[in-house]
Design a protein around this ligand. Structure first.
Ligand SMILES: [Zn+2]
Length: 307
């Protein structure tokens, strides 16, 4: 009897040791090595001003690390942000302010191989194979993907950093399921601004100029709550004390740059595109936002794109 009890005790003790001590210890070590815990890592949004003339390739799925875009029809090689350093800093500050309440890091430092979303803020729509008039181009997902690649065209907008920053926020948020809002206070709107814009914590009708069904269903959306669901919220006091998140990235970055694997991937994408039906010709007008979403598991179809 004593032996059975003793054996049970040993088994319980071993289980407790493994689950309460060993696993947390290994996790803590890993977190220590990597500098961060994957589960607690904020999403990273990289604003690329194209200083080094990046080449963005059309692909069936976005990949911000490899510069692959699901909304491009042609290879894009946009020129650098045209309005100088001070203007760029305002763009960055505007986007950071808009996303300050949410758990996301907005940076203009290349995150390399670190998973991230990316907005190319450079060139004009003609560099992306679109007609003049577009301010941006983004994939639209009701189920946010792990990585998304969008475009904002400062050469179309002009040197209006606040407007460019708001457009960056809008394009990035399209990829996370935010539709256009009918409110001049919301960054998802086409309307002329009426004061400082922020993601509105209230139900707003969807649409560009007239109310319509929202892209992910329903007649209204709460852009603030949607972002809170996708990104997570930051503590209100922290936001008030520290303002927007600055560059805080830490961890296991491997570094970026062209590599043989990149070129193998590019060739593969070209080969796949060769054998598939091309994306329908003709770019959508800014007000012809597609009104329904691909089902989340619709296979390898290209996502809808929007401006
Ligand atoms: Zn839009």
């Amino acid at each position: 009897m004593a032996e059975i009890v003793s054996g049970t005790h040993v088994a319980v003790l071993a289980t407790v040791l493994v689950f309460r001590l060993l696993i947390p210890l290994v996790c803590a070590l890993l977190v220590g090595l990597c500098g961060t815990n994957a589960g607690a890592t904020p999403r990273v949004l990289y604003l690329n001003r194209c200083a080094d003339r990046p080449v963005v390739w059309p692909a069936w799925e976005d990949d911000a690390v490899e510069d692959l875009s699901s909304v491009l029809e042609y290879v894009a090689e946009p020129p650098p942000y045209p309005y100088g350093y001070a203007s760029w800093q305002q763009v960055l500050a505007t986007t950071r302010r808009l996303f300050a309440p949410f758990d996301i890091e907005v940076t203009d430092e290349d995150p390399g191989d670190w998973p991230h979303d990316e907005v190319f803020v450079c060139g004009g729509p003609w560099h992306a194979g679109l007609e003049p008039g577009f301010w941006g181009l983004a994939p639209f997902h009701c189920q946010p993907p792990e990585t998304a690649v969008s475009f904002v065209f400062p050469e179309s907008i002009g040197n209006a950093p606040e407007e460019i920053g708001v457009t960056v926020a809008q394009e990035a948020a399209h990829a996370w399921g935010l539709d256009h809002s009918l409110s001049c206070k919301d960054p998802m709107s086409y309307a002329a601004p009426c004061g400082e814009r922020s993601f509105q914590d209230r139900e707003l009708a969807c649409g560009e100029y007239f109310a319509r069904t929202c892209g992910c269903g329903g007649d209204q959306q709460n852009t603030y709550q949607r972002l809170a669901d996708v990104l997570g919220e930051r503590d209100v006091e922290t936001v008030a004390r520290e303002g927007p998140r600055a560059d805080e990235m830490v961890g296991c970055r491997i570094g970026s740059g062209a590599s043989w694997s990149r070129w193998v991937l590019v060739l593969l994408v070209i080969a796949i595109r060769w054998g598939r039906e091309a994306w329908p010709a003709g770019a959508p007008a800014p007000d012809s936002f597609a009104r329904s979403c691909h089902p989340p598991s619709s296979g390898r179809g290209r996502p809808l794109r929007t401006g």
